[in-house]
Design a protein around this ligand. Structure first.
Ligand SMILES: *Cc1c(COP(=O)(O)O)cnc(C)c1O
Length: 388
């Protein structure tokens, strides 16, 4: 990710003023590059974008128009409210909402031309009655559960629809979809099993065989053409997360989180650092304090485990992550770098969201979606550059 040296204090990211404590730089050009990379992987199959959870924490309002400018015409969100908000940003896009309609909110989907995902026979019925009352061919997606056991029509539901596809004949289906469980492990046998279930379910129910199909999330895109069907549906890889375990990450990093060093202090052997006196110094050394903490989504599980970078130097987190602050050991970092006012990198190419997640006992998805609104956000690239 580019860094420019210009205005601001030493080491300060662009868009920073003297008051800024922690800066989250979001590179929209990197998101665009990832979209193009996924498109290339999909060949002639179109690529949608999953922008639920505020585009995995990066900000859907900025990310979605960037993707639309790259030619993306289909978007997925999880909640109705997210779809309503996205419609204000993208007037013409096809927007699917992964959570299905209820009788009391079906009208809100159609009012904003949002396509619900029908996840159960009850939701098919609800949407069919709504379509009947509106008298318009309102399109929807239908989700088949091929192994997640979370949302979607079960194989038993498919048996019933195979015997009587009547409930579907009246519904214009824009898409039939299913979701992979372990696609990040290409050799896992469940991938091929889910694929087979998806194909069989479609073959057994004519309206499902006729509809366009979507199967691949980010990891699925990298499982090969058998998994692509008519539409790719990646989220995580757009934001730079690695789609496949145990293979080099082909995606570009999209976020950099930097925090200003507030203070540096010497501590003696025998002293403790932070709450709970959980870190007891064995050797004398130097501690730097940075303004990011668990209230910012910098997880408390990173206590004693995370690390930040100051220039080329790694500085381990010592003591507990607190609400607003972390403390790092800078005993081995040259003093002119580990100095108040300079910035340390908490997330970036040298410490990716996937790596932060692994250290916190979670994954890169959780690291990204927890990124705080308290950080100063600096968007670079994309349609327009600017701070907010
Ligand atoms: C979140 C989600 C995706 C995107 O998955 P990634 O692993 O982020 O690419 C696709 N489909 C469904 C149904 C999802 O819930």
């Amino acid at each position: 990710m580019p860094r420019s040296d210009g205005a601001g204090p030493p080491g300060a990211p662009p868009g920073t003023d003297a008051g800024t404590g922690a800066v989250l730089t979001i590179d929209l050009d990197a998101v665009a590059a990832n979209y193009r990379r996924l498109k290339q992987q999909l060949g002639s199959v179109p690529c949608a974008a999953v922008v639920k959870a505020d585009a995995y924490g990066l900000g859907a309002e900025r990310v979605a128009p960037t993707l639309a400018a790259c030619g993306c015409t289909t978007f997925f969100v999880a909640h109705l409210e997210e779809g309503i908000a996205l419609r204000r940003v993208l007037a013409d896009a096809r927007i699917f909402v992964l959570i299905g309609p209820r009788a009391d909110n079906a009208g809100a989907y159609s009012a904003d031309h949002l396509m619900p995902t029908l996840n159960s026979p009850g939701e098919i019925e609800t949407w069919a009655s709504h379509v009947a009352t509106r008298g318009a061919p309102l399109q929807a997606a239908l989700h088949i559960d091929t192994g997640m056991n979370r949302l979607g029509l079960t194989m038993r539901d498919i048996d019933r629809l195979a015997a009587d596809p009547g409930p579907l004949e009246r519904l214009p289906l824009a898409l039939v979809m299913s979701h992979l469980v372990v696609a990040e492990q290409p050799a896992h046998p469940l991938n091929a099993e889910q694929l087979q279930r998806f194909r069989t379910a479609r073959q057994r129910v004519p309206p499902l065989a006729r509809a366009k199909a979507s199967f691949a999330n980010s990891s699925g895109v990298f499982l090969g053409p058998d998994y692509h069907f008519d539409l790719g549906r990646p989220g995580a890889a757009l934001y730079g997360l690695a789609p496949t375990d145990d293979r080099p990450n082909p995606m570009t990093q999209t976020v950099r989180l930097e925090a200003r060093i507030l203070q540096v202090r010497d501590v003696d052997a025998g002293e403790s650092v932070g709450y709970g006196a959980a870190h007891l110094r064995l050797r004398p050394g130097r501690i730097a304090t940075l303004p990011a903490g668990y209230a910012d989504g910098y997880m408390r599980a990173l206590s004693h485990r995370g690390r930040v970078f100051i220039g080329e130097y790694a500085a381990p987190i010592v003591g507990r992550v607190s609400m607003d602050l972390i403390t790092v050991d800078v005993s081995d970092v040259p003093a002119h770098l580990a100095a108040p006012g300079n910035f340390a990198t908490l997330i970036g190419p040298e410490m990716t969201p996937d790596q932060v997640g692994a250290r916190a006992g979670t994954n890169g998805y959780e690291v990204l979606t927890q990124l705080s609104r308290r950080y100063h956000r600096n968007y670079i690239g994309g349609a327009a550059t600017g701070s907010r």
